[in-house]
Design a protein around this ligand. Structure first.
Ligand SMILES: Cc1cc2nc3c(=O)[nH]c(=O)nc-3n(C[C@H](O)[C@H](O)[C@H](O)COP(=O)(O)OP(=O)(O)OC[C@H]3O[C@@H](n4cnc5c(N)ncnc54)[C@H](O)[C@@H]3O)c2cc1C
Length: 378
């Protein structure tokens, strides 16, 4: 496949880059420090048609492909991970299951306001006893008098508790023998309570909370797709989601590298810029090489999906590689900043804190290794 981006892709990338540099960069430090959800930025992302990029225009989406989505995610993360994960979790985790498996009625009702970014969607899989082991879901939904009565809890859920959160799609056991289904729970439903936000290492301006369900009743029609298909649906959603998270790793690494390069040329030691020392040059050369190689892997996963080919292996490889890349490059970028890298005055400090989750969220590195080994037939 050719590696050159189309004119449309280049235009999208430059539009998101300009937006991120002009409207996100000036407020990113404050949002992080004050742990404030970026409502105004989400509103602007909606105006720019960036909150529903891969969904068809008939549902209010941007009609873009996976590569376009990955490019946008990369450019946002290059400047701020909290904004990027808000958009990313909303799109590929929150909205995607409704688009892929929802009824036509659910799509027509829910997708337009989600794609416009007026409302946010969340995806609730993880529980205290079910993270990597997603099949161990304990939350239960029982069909009673034409409605699902839900009891249980979720944890670490993104986008569920903001002022504009519309709904969470959760996995719940709906029958005997681990029958798991997906059910939409609108915010405001009695018995559904998003808890207090967590104190996190990073992604401080994004919304992450535990959720509790106590005799929470939703209509039977809130089932997403087939009863019992919940895990299969979510695994497919996670397959796609990996491409977005992998793009976050590349974007974060690129942002950290850009800062390190600027700093290395400005900072002087022993009478010259530190960029003239071979040890620093070696780091910068390795960082840029790894970023470029990983970027190609991420784009390849997106292109495979867009070409209708099997992308599971490549998406997992891209996610595994790019999470590690983000951690390594952020570490090297802090190192190049010396003591200033440890001080919040420099954005690279935030990038370092934001990087680690990329080896954990949406499937840990160890889970990616399992997916890769399985795809290799090992
Ligand atoms: C900020 C944040 C946002 C999140 N957002 C969401 C969200 O929106 N929706 C959602 O559903 N979840 C979300 N998560 C949850 C996230 O996806 C899980 O934390 C992740 O999948 C790991 O699950 P766990 O935390 O239960 O770890 P565990 O599954 O308990 O894993 C602990 C360790 O054991 C390893 N391990 C587990 N099983 C195996 C095995 N078979 N072989 C080898 N190693 C293994 C893991 O790799 C890990 O290193 C979020 C988490 C965070 C921190």
């Amino acid at each position: 496949m050719p590696l050159e981006l189309s004119d449309d892709h280049k235009l999208l990338r430059s539009t998101v880059r300009e937006f991120a540099e002009q409207e996100i960069a000036p407020v990113a430090e404050e949002l992080d420090r004050t742990k404030s959800f970026p409502y105004e930025i989400v509103r602007r992302l909606g105006e720019l048609d960036l909150m529903g990029i891969p969904f068809p225009e008939e549902y209010g989406g941007g009609g873009g492909d996976t590569l376009a989505y990955a490019l946008a995610v990369e450019e946002l993360t290059r400047v701020d991970s909290s904004v990027a994960i808000t958009m990313c979790a909303h799109t590929s985790l929150g909205t995607q299951p409704i688009y892929l498996f929802g009824s036509e009625g659910q799509k027509l009702e829910l997708l337009p306001s989600l794609c416009r970014g007026e409302r946010l969607a969340a995806f609730g899989l993880t529980e205290p006893e079910a993270g990597s082991d997603a099949g161990n879901t304990q939350t239960r939904a029982t069909l009673e008098d034409g409605g699902w009565v839900i009891n249980g809890s979720k944890q670490f859920i993104t986008n569920a508790g903001t002022d504009i959160s519309a709904l969470v799609t959760i996995t719940a056991v709906t029958g005997a023998e681990r029958e798991i289904s997906n059910i939409i729970v609108p915010n405001g439903t009695p018995g559904y309570e998003p808890g207090e936000p967590y104190r996190k290492m990073g992604w401080n301006a994004s919304d992450t909370r535990p959720l509790s369900f106590a005799d929470c009743r939703v209509p039977e029609a809130n089932l997403v797709g087939q009863r019992g298909a919940g895990l299969r649906q979510f695994f497919h959603v996670l397959d796609i989601g990996r491409i977005g998270v992998a793009a976050m790793g590349v974007g974060l690494a690129q942002g950290a590298f850009d800062q390190a390069l600027v700093y290395a040329k400005e900072r002087r030691a022993f009478g010259r810029p530190i960029s003239q020392f071979q040890a620093i040059q070696g780091k910068l050369a390795d960082m840029s090489t790894e970023i470029e190689a990983t970027r190609l892997l991420v784009y390849d996963a997106a292109r495979l999906k867009d070409a209708g080919r099997n992308f599971t292996l490549t998406a997992a490889q891209a996610k595994l590689k790019s999470g590690r890349l983000a951690v390594e490059v952020a570490d090297a970028a802090v190192q190049i900043h010396g003591g200033y890298g440890y001080i919040e005055e420099y954005p690279v400090c935030r990038f370092y804190r934001d990087a680690k989750i990329l080896t954990i969220g949406e499937g840990t590195d160890e889970v990616q290794q399992m997916v890769i080994a399985r795809a290799l037939g090992a």
